[in-house]
Design a protein around this ligand. Sequence first.
Ligand SMILES: Cc1cc2nc3c(=O)[nH]c(=O)nc-3n(C[C@H](O)[C@H](O)[C@H](O)COP(=O)(O)OP(=O)(O)OC[C@H]3O[C@@H](n4cnc5c(N)ncnc54)[C@H](O)[C@@H]3O)c2cc1C
Length: 395
Amino acid sequence: MGERYRLKLMDFELPPDDHADRLAVRAWLAAHPDPSGRDLADAGYVAPHLPRPWGLDADPIQQIVIDEELRAANVRRPVNPIGIGWAGPTLVHAGTPEQQAQYLPRLLSGEDLWCQLFSEPEAGSDLASLGTRAVRDGDEWVVNGQKIWTSLAQFSRYGILIARTDPDVAKHQGITYFVCPMALPGVEVRPIVEMTGGETFNEVFLTDVRLPAGSVVGEVNRGWELAKVTLGNERVSLSSGGALWGMGPTGRDLLDLVRASGGTQDRVLRQRLARLHTVEELLRLIRLRTVSARIRGEQPGPEASIRKVMADEHGQEIMAIGKDLAGTGGMLTDVGPMGTEIGPWHHGYLFAPALTIGGGTGDVQRNILAERVLGLPHDLDVEAGRTWAESRRQP
Ligand SMILES: Cc1cc2nc3c(=O)[nH]c(=O)nc-3n(C[C@H](O)[C@H](O)[C@H](O)COP(=O)(O)OP(=O)(O)OC[C@H]3O[C@@H](n4cnc5c(N)ncnc54)[C@H](O)[C@@H]3O)c2cc1C
């Protein structure tokens, strides 16, 4: 029998070991013992939730089954987080058949890496204030501006880009969504050195970049609606999920490590570990509740924001406890919790502050909760296009 989850809002059962969906994945794996990204993309296993031919129209249970079977066979999907997670679903939603045929096969197989050219030095949380301009010139758009925090830009073949195409309308209008080939003349990528020592994200300068008219996704000046599709497309996480946005170790990994090392007598640490376990369980139940709602055909509600706020702060706490458990030796970068080998802990500790910033800051998520769950007044005076504080100062 499959594992059964039942708790007020949760009621679903994972298919048993001999279920036809599992056997189908296993038969495919037997025929493709060491599948490439292309094999996985052609089979629809990279993003099974997408409609055919890009995915398998898989419902959440089928997605979990595929995830579990691939994991059991030690098969890793192609790594192209922004392409597969955000850009691909937006192209499926609004791209022309030509755009889909041109971009999606190599996006899904991981052959073409994608990046997201959204944030700017003066437009992050308030993204619609962006200043990058695209001006029509015959069959082309000429783009000028600067983007920042563009993860993986230096490795990417394409970027999804939003730019202002009509400056004379309200800020959420007049934005257009483009695909920008990163090798075009005028695209300059400057990596930013992070405190992890890595260079994951970049500044991107766009100077007279000429994009063909066919680079527009959806309708001209309607790009904000598509940007919201992109931002909302963070797939409901159906896997166990590491502490660093699904990557890296979990709280359970840390607790296992502490147990295997004989535990700790430190009272404060014991309290923190107990709390860590509690939050880990709460997040697991929220995830199951989300899956359960999806199975009933309901759209994800505010629990997505609740989960993000909790999971990001939880990730920071996991890494902080890991660092504390390393003791004074933890100041040396090659020592992990309980004196273990460094593993992912030191990097995770240095990366963790980013969790509550990227993908919408914790404050912004809390605004969403304040408005949509608690029914408090909107943060922004939408009609006037300014904050309530600004409106009060300048009626
Ligand atoms: C690891 C990482 C990877 C990233 N990758 C990408 C990428 O690939 N592409 C991309 O386009 N962007 C990327 N970003 C940028 C990210 O989307 C922005 O950092 C984020 O949206 C916040 O914008 P900001 O940094 O300009 O901060 P700001 O918006 O300037 O915020 C500054 C502070 O003010 C607070 N604040 C702002 N507005 C409000 C409000 N209304 N109410 C209460 N508090 C508020 C914020 O919470 C924050 O504490 C990445 C960021 C990180 C950390």
